[in-house]
Design a protein around this ligand. Structure first.
Ligand SMILES: NC(=O)c1ccc[n+]([C@@H]2O[C@H](COP(=O)([O-])OP(=O)(O)OC[C@H]3O[C@@H](n4cnc5c(N)ncnc54)[C@H](OP(=O)(O)O)[C@@H]3O)[C@@H](O)[C@H]2O)c1
Length: 246
């Protein structure tokens, strides 16, 4: 739909994977991908699934294929029963190989409490060829929880309050070039507040939900963040909007 083309079908893999993502100085490119209703709700009865559809799920696979690391808040992991990223479709997998990326993105979870079930699918269903998920946590977490997770995850413990700036810096130190944050609104708000969002891929679901939630939770940003619309695709009543920070 935008920018105007020849009226033909767009190839989402080409549209998303051919886009330029110049490396910001000293940190990875941070892309946020969320789905929201027309009235910007990000969950129905506590889950994002009812907002999605086949087109949205296909696009999620395309966008995930860009990432070295999928970063997610523990609230989303607990609510959604998060699982490791699947092996991408061939068109995406080929591009990952060309870019020198791993077959699948690595998962990274932010959890101050470390309240994550070590037997959950997030850890148990990992392909044996993949590194363990990263868990960013704090010395405030209960030691037994840290011990319980240490076999299933690479646990990174920060002294005191955990700052997303440190999380992103640690990912950079690990050689991560592209981080995809899949929410939830609490984590996205912190990244935006820290000036760490380079790209927002927003799927607008043709639903009204009500209830007053939004893409970012918590206090308003100190300064509203300006976005430039890079493209809009549409399929099955969804709008797939790609915004860049400016
Ligand atoms: N529509 C969408 O695209 C979408 C995407 C994702 C999620 N969602 C929905 O959003 C809801 C969950 O969102 P949410 O905002 O509550 O959760 P969230 O952002 O996923 O996670 C919040 C949790 O992450 C941890 N965390 C985040 N920042 C932290 C920091 N700086 N230091 C320490 N811990 C930190 C904390 O975990 P601990 O409590 O373990 O300390 C915190 O409780 C669910 O209903 C989910 O379905 C929707």
């Amino acid at each position: 739909m935008f920018p105007p083309g020849d009226g033909g079908e767009a190839d989402p893999v080409a549209v998303y994977h051919d886009a330029e993502r110049p490396a910001p100085a000293g940190r990875p490119w941070v892309l946020v991908n969320m789905v929201a209703s027309v009235d910007r709700a990000t969950a129905v009865d506590g889950l994002s699934g009812p907002l999605g559809g086949d087109a949205d799920r296909r696009l999620l696979g395309v966008v995930r294929g860009l990432a070295d690391v999928v970063l997610v808040g523990a609230g989303t992991v607990r609510a959604e029963g998060y699982r490791p990223p699947l092996t991408p479709a061939a068109a995406v997998g080929g591009r990952r190989a060309t870019r020198g990326q791993a077959v699948r993105p690595r998962l990274a979870v932010v959890s101050g409490s470390a309240n994550l079930d070590p037997s959950a699918a997030l850890f148990a269903d990992r392909d044996p060829d993949d590194p363990r998920p990263l868990v960013y946590t704090s010395t405030d977490a209960v030691p037994d929880r840290l011990n319980g997770l240490s076999g299933e995850a690479e646990v990174v413990v920060t002294e005191g309050v955990l700052d997303v700036v440190e999380v992103v810096a640690d990912l950079h130190d690990r050689g991560v070039g592209t981080v995809l944050c899949e929410g939830g609104p609490g984590l996205v708000a912190q990244l935006a507040s820290a000036g760490l969002v380079d790209e927002l891929c927003l799927s607008v679901s043709p639903l009204l939900v009500g209830g007053g939630s939004g893409l970012l939770s918590g206090a308003p940003l100190a300064t509203p963040m300006s976005l430039r619309l890079a493209h809009v695709l549409t399929a099955e009543g969804f709008l797939f909007c790609r915004y860049l920070a400016c």
